[in-house]
Design a protein around this ligand. Structure first.
Ligand code: SF4
Ligand code: SF4
Ligand code: SF4
Ligand code: FES
Length: 925
């Protein structure tokens, strides 16, 4: 499509029914009470000139360009700050108003560079547009007076410039940072003529700015401008697509000039993000064209040989012959595949289909195994569906928000901005996390309670919270009686003294009084909402903890309406989708067990093949079997298991012992070091398909450019299956979605056509819910009655010892993403060039460690070296790091412990020792 310019109604919409009728230049319009005159006029199709107003921000009323005349009122009120009254008659044009507006514009233009023709924003500048709109033809004051034309340009941010000379001090950037992003990085410094936008005392790069770009988007001039626009020029066409980083699933307008992507602008109609973004989605797309990308298939006979570029035919033939040969020699179960939560639903579907139909086994697993598999298990057991309960919007109606084991401002930044907005409006916050995450205290936000528990004691804490609810009479009896089962037995268990906050205080490290206060706050909230992340799932009791959260929500009646719920914040862009698509060895698509004869029969008849009724191998079982010699070949689709999985020595030993490892990826990643065939993948900018975000929202991914490798990933998979003797072919990914819909009840109403029409759809989408389901379990749980499950706390086997006296826990940082394969190849390295080990001042001083010192981090399985940052964010005895850089290889130290139900690795608890690294001898790099 040509460049999509979204309408700007000037001020945000007001909730409520349209009941107020006004007349704008003779045109009647009916709007909700509280709507501004500016917005009402825009809705009537009348554009009033404006500069300081935009509909993502509350009205400010500083520029006075939007003045109007209103019958019965004196003067010329600003339409952006004037709410409508029933029967109001508004005039937007008159000679007097025109004079006033021209006067305003004259003042602006007299202090503005007159370089429109060479300005990067030429054609996309509201100041330029308004000068034209008000008919400005001359500037009577001249241009010689005192001005700001020599003001400097701050180019420190890798993605945008701040050219102060063009600033009209409208404050839209400051308000965008405050209201939309919630970072409060900008201020208007000084007063009067000297007033100017300031990102703190120094530069944008050194300020609190998190580079979300909201200010750039809000700026009506070229003051804040993307460097890519300066370099490439204004874009001329738009493709609407979805971010491929995290599970928030933000919609973007990819804006191109010819075939070149100029910038990504968050889409206002995007259901997940509503026009906002973070630094990754908006700016960090340069990896897609990075020279490191491999664009030709490559093969080699052994991993010690150099790669040899080959044709697609040869590569696919090598894979198919190799896998068939292994099956002939070692049996049908000797090969398998790992699908990717980074890939589209359609790609994941064909991978699992290839395994079940062409490989003839169920040896398919997914990287969700190592993150949110306990979510799938725990929510299925209790609620009956392996997915979060709410849409993101729902948080706007929460009264108490409990954030457990998640760090939304880094991991899910656009959702964090929504949450922070609600917290600034007065919702209360409970944070349960060993680390003092930013949300605990940030501008205008302070958690009511921070339960700074010891890693590994989640279940003890959730049981203690539930204990208080049950023993202090805080249970939502009516809800429980009407909608749940198993309550009596569970209540007896949870009320027992060993689950009291006092009994577990010694284990968790959280004072009983704090637990009691937090439980009372959550239970007495009108709407209590739980949001959680990998700090819940990546534990030996990950599944137990998910069920514990479900119990807590049911006991307090916090399920089944807006503002409440149990909400996993998904890590990867399509982790929900990859699970939905049947990527687990025990489940066919739609979370239906392979042992179910009816379901298996459906797949067998549609696919014309037989499917084994027994589950296949999980990822850790594949590794064990590889080392044992019975598992010989693996197809790894878009996942870097040699960096992301725990106990890397074991992983790499397993990879090295296989005869055929096939890697499909953008880059020669760590796993590719063990591969015999490398199939180059396509970036999200080259893909057509869908992603499903944490809200179960299916979003379209549209190709911005054709695959640089000449082939789509789904085509490659189909060709491998075909070459192995099971023909698979589709003419377009929409056909794959049609197959998904025909075989998966929750997707029954989903098609590319429906998605194009509705924008996005939250599953279940079927005859009962043709537009999808924003909130689940409304009248009854998917399983009928919500089931209380006993959740006894069992301490992890990973215990500190004299040799390994500290506990390591891991997480993410905003600017980097997972193993960093993409973000490390973008300007984001400006913020996080290496993984750091956070260590408490007490633990640091005991070891002679100072800020910035190189330290060794050792566990019983491995050792690595990284730089320390001394910080009291962690409690004494706990250290923290990220795993974005392969050079650190933080997962070298994580262990083989895993969740009892799903094998999700226990990344969050590793007993370690930290010591000063031996000094590097002089002259050695
Ligand atoms: S980029 Fe985002 S965080 Fe930075 S100043 Fe602009 S709005 Fe604030
Ligand atoms: S930088 Fe842009 S948005 Fe901010 S005050 Fe100046 S002109 Fe307005
Ligand atoms: S919040 Fe997540 S989905 Fe949205 S732009 Fe950032 S990385 Fe992309
Ligand atoms: S747009 Fe109304 S005062 Fe600026």
């Amino acid at each position: 499509m040509t460049l999509l310019e979204e309408p700007d109604f000037g001020t945000p919409p007001k909730a409520g029914a349209p009941t107020v009728t006004v007349d704008v230049d003779g045109l009647p319009v009916v709007v909700p009470p509280g709507t501004s005159v500016l917005r009402a006029a825009a809705q009537a199709g009348v554009d009033i000139p404006k500069l300081c107003a935009t509909d993502s921000l509350e009205a400010f009323g500083s520029c006075r360009l939007c003045v109007v005349e209103i019958d019965g009122r004196r003067g010329t009120p600003a339409s952006c700050t004037t709410p409508v009254d029933d029967g109001m008659r508004i005039r937007t044009q008159s000679p007097h108003l025109e004079r006033l507006r021209r006067g305003v514009m004259e003042l602006y233009i007299s202090d503005h560079p007159l370089d429109c023709l060479t300005c990067p924003a030429n054609g996309d500048c509201e100041l330029q547009d308004m000068a034209g709109e008000v008919g400005l033809r001359e500037v009577r004051y001249g241009y010689e007076g005192e001005n700001h034309l020599d003001a400097p340009t701050d180019t420190s941010n890798p993605y945008f410039d701040f050219d102060e000379s063009k600033c009209i001090a409208c404050s839209r950037c400051v308000r965008a940072c405050d209201e939309v992003q919630g970072t409060f990085a900008l201020t208007i410094a000084n007063r009067g003529f000297a007033s100017k936008v300031a990102p703190g005392p120094t530069s944008f790069l050194e300020s609190e700015c998190v580079s979300c770009g909201a200010c750039v988007q809000a700026c009506p001039t070229a003051t804040l401008q993307e460097k890519s626009v300066v370099e490439l020029g204004m874009p001329s066409r738009t493709v609407i697509t979805t971010c491929a980083y995290c599970g928030v699933g933000c919609s973007f307008k990819a804006e191109l000039r010819g075939t070149e992507l100029v910038r990504m602008v968050p889409h206002k109609d995007g259901g997940a993000n509503e026009g906002h973004s973070c630094v990754k989605g908006r700016f960090a797309f340069g990896y897609a064209t990075h020279p490191d990308r491999v664009l030709s298939p490559m093969v080699r006979d052994s991993i010690t040989e150099p790669w040899r570029e080959v044709s697609w035919e040869e590569a696919i033939g090598t894979v198919a012959r190799g896998f068939r040969s292994l099956q002939e020699r070692y049996g049908a179960g000797s090969i398998g595949a790992i699908s990717s939560s980074r890939c589209t639903n359609e790609e994941v579907w064909v991978v699992q289909k290839m395994v079940r139909a062409a490989f003839g086994n169920n040896n398919i697993d997914t990287c969700a195994r190592v993150c949110h598999s306990p979510t799938g298990y725990g929510l299925k057991q209790t609620f009956g569906e392996s997915a979060g309960t709410q849409d993101f919007k729902s948080v706007a109606l929460a009264d108490v928000i409990m954030v457990i084991g998640a760090n939304p401002t880094d991991g899910h930044p656009v959702f964090a901005s929504r949450m922070k907005r609600r917290l600034r409006e007065g919702a209360q916050l409970i944070v349960v996390d060993p680390r003092r995450i930013d949300l605990v205290r940030s501008p205008h936000i302070e958690a009511a309670h921070h339960l700074q528990l010891r890693p590994g004691t989640n279940v003890a804490i959730v049981n203690a919270l539930a204990h208080v609810v049950v023993t202090e009479g805080l249970v939502a009896d009516d809800f429980v009686a009407a909608r749940c089962e198993g309550y009596e037995e569970w209540a007896t268990f949870i009320a027992s003294p060993e689950n009291s906050p006092e009994a577990v205080e010694g284990v968790t490290g959280v004072p009983a009084t704090t637990v009691r206060a937090a439980a009372r706050l959550y239970a007495s909230a009108g709407n209590g909402a739980i949001y959680y992340g990998l700090g819940v799932t990546e534990h030996s009791q990950g599944s137990t903890m998910v069920m514990g959260l479900a119990n807590l929500a049911m006991a307090t009646g916090n399920v089944g309406r807006d503002g409440v719920g149990v909400n996993p914040l998904r890590g990867q862009n399509n982790v929900q989708g990859s699970c939905d698509m049947g990527s687990f060895p025990h489940e066919l698509p739609g979370y239906r067990h392979v042992s179910d004869d009816v379901v298996r029969g459906l797949f067998e008849s549609q696919w014309g093949t037989s499917i084994l009724p027994e589950p296949g191998l999980r990822i850790p079982n594949m590794f064990d079997a590889a080392i044992d010699g019975s598992f010989r070949g693996l197809f790894v689709h878009g996942e870097d298991i040699a960096q992301s999985d725990p106990n890397l020595q074991h992983v790499t030993a397993a990879l090295a012992s296989m005869e055929l490892v096939v890697v499909q990826d953008l880059f020669l990643n760590e796993t590719a070091k063990f591969a015999h065939v490398f199939l180059p993948g396509a970036s999200f900018l080259e893909k057509d398909g869908t992603f499903t975000n944490a809200e179960r929202r299916i979003n379209r991914v549209r190709a911005v450019m054709p695959p640089k490798t000449g082939k789509s990933e789904w085509e490659i998979v189909c060709e491998i299956a075909t070459a192995m003797g099971y023909p698979m072919a589709y003419s377009h990914p929409s056909e794959i979605m049609d197959e998904i819909a025909s075989m998966t009840p929750t997707f029954a109403g989903v098609s590319f056509e429906a998605l194009d029409k509705l924008g996005s759809i939250q599953w279940p989408c079927n005859a009962q819910a043709p537009s999808g389901t924003p909130v689940m379990h409304v009248d009854e749980f998917v399983r009928g009655r919500g089931k209380f499950v006993r959740t006894a706390f069992v301490a992890t086997e990973e215990q500190t010892t004299r040799r390994f006296p500290l506990v390591l826990t891991t997480g993410r940082i905003l600017s980097q993403y997972n193993v960093g394969a993409q973000t490390r190849r973008t300007g984001n390295v400006a913020w996080h060039p290496e993984d750091l080990l956070e260590i408490h001042p007490h633990d640091a001083s005991e070891r002679g460690i100072t800020d910035g010192a190189l330290v060794t981090l050792a566990s019983r399985v491995g050792e690595t070296t990284l730089r320390a940052t001394v910080s009291d964010r962690m409690p004494v005895g706990v250290v923290y790091t990220t795993f974005h850089h392969p050079v650190t290889g933080a997962n070298v130290v994580t262990t083989e412990h895993s969740d009892w139900a799903t094998n999700c690795p226990e990344y969050k608890v590793t007993a370690v020792q930290v010591a000063l690294a031996a000094p590097v001898p002089a002259g050695v790099d």
